[in-house]
Design a protein around this ligand. Structure first.
Ligand SMILES: Cc1ncc(COP(=O)(O)O)c(C=O)c1O
Length: 390
């Protein structure tokens, strides 16, 4: 439920300087210490009040010896998945892991110990490429297609690759960086194809809770043909807890789970007390906080998308899920380092460069809109003025 007091809190200036914030405290490394940082995917908002209280109370206890999981940890996730995503899971289906990127790597290693072929749909979050490579697997790209500035999966391309033989599809759902929430029909098609050609789906759903008004995320495990898929989730994006390093691997297939949990045991992928506690408290108490955040973020999106379009030279994709805007800068006539430098040094806004997401994306940038409206407006002004002066 929307909460006015929380909304006002999101909107209030919030100083992250001097908190070892990668986004804010590393600005000088980009060569412009006054730039507005709109790159790494975390948010400029304090997390759920009950999480802050709970962590503070636990810290005051003072002893931080080895920890065990509380049954409430799994129950909180089960309840969240049922309440927010209508997905039924049980305690047995859940394994914990430090981060989602770690989870991708460990799942690949556990399920394909002697290698194999993994499909990724580019442009996509950079570590998808590096984790496949580090796991000793062959990466096959099935690039997304853009139709009237809406990014779509290329099902013909996917089927051709599957037919030729692929072991797994590493999916991003919702998709970072293009901001799509895949529709039920799209997910039905993809799960049907993977089932037909016997390819395992590993689905990174770290952005699942960011549903902009009018869009509904569907978990991969809610599809009958993907019951042996692996679904990766985390409260760290949703509630701004990335530094606490905690995620969950959800898997309904006992054989698959056995392999993954053996792998996690081998590498002692123990989870952090604070990550676990914060996640539980966020899932138990964070509904109104998230509902309110989604209103705030969707307003940011509308204001920022309009301002970027009005430059006449930038083409942002409409953000359906995530808080990340994928922007086609082709009309600026700049690419790669030149494009980055234009945004950072000339405009005073730090983006993620498109090449982080794929080799054909160097005329794109990704901008993070999870910040105060005042920063969104200032960034829009800076970008507009810099483009006018080009
Ligand atoms: C799709 C996706 N997966 C994983 C991550 C990172 O997850 P973690 O910090 O839990 O490794 C991100 C962060 O931006 C992301 O966008």
């Amino acid at each position: 439920m929307f909460d006015r007091a929380l909304y006002d809190r999101f909107d209030k200036p919030f100083d992250r300087l001097g908190t070892e914030s990668l986004k804010w405290d590393a600005r000088k490394d980009f060569g412009n210490a006054d730039a507005i940082p709109m790159w790494v995917a975390d948010m400029d908002f304090a997390t759920v009040p009950e999480v802050i209280e709970g962590l503070t109370r636990r810290a005051a206890h003072g002893a931080f010896g080895y920890n065990i999981s509380n049954p409430r940890d799994r129950q909180a996730l089960i309840n969240w998945m049922a309440r927010r995503h209508a997905l039924g899971i049980t305690t047995d289906d859940i394994m914990f892991c430090p981060g989602v990127v770690d989870a991708i790597y460990h799942c690949l290693k556990a399920l394909f110990p002697s290698g194999g072929k993994v499909i990724v749909q580019s442009p996509v979050y950079g570590p998808f490429y590096s984790m496949v490579e580090k796991a000793g697997m062959e990466l096959i790209e099935n690039p997304l297609k853009r139709v009237e500035n809406v990014w779509r999966m290329d099902f013909e391309g996917l089927e051709a690759i599957l037919k030729a033989g692929a072991d797994a599809l590493l999916m991003c759902s919702p998709h970072n960086p293009v901001g799509r929430i895949w529709t039920e029909d799209e997910l039905k098609t993809v799960t049907g194809l993977c089932a037909r050609y016997n390819a395992r789906i590993i689905c990174d759903e770290i952005h699942a809770d960011f549903e902009m008004p009018g869009f509904k995320h569907r978990c991969i495990l809610s599809f009958p043909e993907a019951q042996n898929a692996v679904q990766l989730v985390s409260a760290t994006k949703t509630f701004n807890l990335a530094a606490l390093r905690h995620s969950a691997i959800i898997c309904k297939d006992a054989d698959v789970r056995k392999k993954i949990s053996a792998r996690l045991g081998e590498v002692m992928a123990d989870v952090n007390l604070y990550g676990m506690l914060a996640t539980r408290l966020a899932y138990e108490n964070g509904d109104n906080w998230l509902d309110t955040l989604l209103v705030y973020l969707s307003e940011n999106r509308d204001v920022f998308e309009k301002a970027l379009r009005e430059t006449g030279r930038l083409l942002p994709a409409h953000v359906e899920g995530t808080y990340l805007m994928w922007v086609d800068c082709g009309q600026l006539g700049l690419k790669g380092d030149e494009l980055n430098s234009f945004f950072i040094k000339t405009a005073g806004v730090i983006p993620n460069s498109g090449s982080f997401f794929g080799k054909s994306s160097d005329s794109f940038i990704r901008l993070n809109i999870a910040t105060q409206r005042s920063n969104i407006l200032a960034a829009a002004d800076r970008i507009t003025s810099a483009i006018k002066a080009l």
